[in-house]
Design a binder for this molecule. Structure first.
Ligand code: ADP
Length: 238
C-alpha cells in the first residue's frame, strides 16, 4: 500500500537547485461579484529564485496583493499555475495546502502581525507552538536576540514601535524556519531610520536563513537593494 505523507515537506537541497522557489505560469485571477467581473491578474508569469529577495512594485490596483494571496496558498488562480519549488499549489489536497501554509510560508503585513497584549517573547512562542516547533521558548529567545530585539523580550507588543513590531514579525518567520516569506508593504508606515532596520532584518532572513523573500513595496530603498524587481501593470509583469 502506498503511504503518502500529508505534509508538504520543506524543499530538499537537490530540489532547491533545480527549481525556482516560486513560479507563476500564465496566472489569471478574476473576481466575480454579481454582473461585475474584475480581472486582477491577466496572464501573470514570473519566477523567484530560491534564497532571493525580490521586490514587487506597481500602482494601486495592479494585482500585487492578489499575487501575495495566491503565493501564500490563501487563494487559487482562475487559470494558470502557481508552483512552490516545482509543486503546483492547485494540485495539492486541502490538507497539503494547509500544511504548506503552516510550514512553508510566513506572511508579514503592514500591521496586525502580533497579538497586542502578549509580550514579544510570548508572541514568538505562541507562533512557534502553533507550528509545532521544538523548544519554542529557547527558539523565541534566540530569534529575538539575533534580530537585535532581546531587550524588548518582556515588553507587550502593543507598546512597541511600528518598526519593532515589523522586526518581531520577521524574527518570528525566521524562528519558524519558513522557507518563503511574503511581506505586504512592511515599511509603508515607517520613518527612514526604522525602514532601514526593517530592510536589514529582511536581508538577514535571506542571508542567514536562506529564506526566499517576496516584498510588495513602494520603497525605493528596498527595491534598490533587492536581488530583482518585478514591475506590475494591469495584472501582468510589465
Ligand atoms: P494592489 O495590491 O496592487 O493594490 P489588488 O491585488 O488588491 O491590487 O487588486 C487588484 C484588483 O482586483 C483591484 O481592481 C481590486 O479591486 C480587485 N480585487 C481584489 N480583491 C478582490 C476581491 N476579493 N473581490 C473583488 N475584487 C477584488
Amino acid at each position: 500500500m502506498e503511504v503518502r505523507s500529508l505534509y508538504v515537506e520543506p524543499p530538499k537541497e537537490a530540489e532547491e537547485r533545480d527549481w525556482p522557489a516560486l513560479q507563476f505560469l500564465d496566472v489569471f485571477r478574476i473576481f466575480t461579484s454579481g454582473p461585475t467581473e474584475t480581472v486582477a491578474l491577466r496572464g501573470l508569469s514570473l519566477e523567484v529564485g530560491s534564497g532571493k529577495l525580490v521586490a514587487v512594485r506597481g500602482p494601486s490596483g495592479c494585482g500585487k496583493s492578489t499575487l501575495l494571496h495566491l503565493a501564500a496558498g490563501l487563494d487559487q488562480p482562475s487559470a494558470g499555475e502557481v508552483r512552490f519549488f516545482g509543486r503546483a499549489l492547485g494540485r495539492m489536497s486541502e490538507q497539503e495546502l494547509a500544511s504548506y501554509r503552516a510550514r512553508n510560508v510566513a506572511v508579514v503585513f503592514q500591521r496586525g502581525n502580533l497579538w497586542p497584549s502578549l509580550t514579544a517573547q510570548e508572541n514568538l512562542e505562541t507562533t512557534l507552538r502553533l507550528s509545532e516547533s521544538n523548544d519554542p521558548s529557547r527558539a523565541a529567545r534566540e530569534a529575538l536576540e539575533q534580530f537585535g530585539l532581546g531587550h524588548r523580550r518582556t515588553q507587550r507588543a502593543a507598546t512597541l514601535s511600528g518598526g519593532e513590531q515589523q522586526r518581531i514579525a520577521i524574527a518570528s518567520a525566521a524562528a519558524r524556519g519558513a522557507p518563503l516569506v511574503l511581506a505586504d508593504e512592511p515599511t509603508g508606515e515607517l520613518d527612514s531610520t526604522n525602514e532601514k532596520l526593517v530592510i536589514d532584518a529582511l536581508h538577514r532572513l535571506r542571508d542567514d536563513h536562506g529564506t526566499t523573500v517576496v516584498i510588495v513595496t513602494h520603497s525605493v530603498t528596498l527595491a534598490e537593494q533587492a536581488d530583482a524587481v518585478i514591475e506590475m501593470r494591469d495584472g501582468m509583469a510589465a
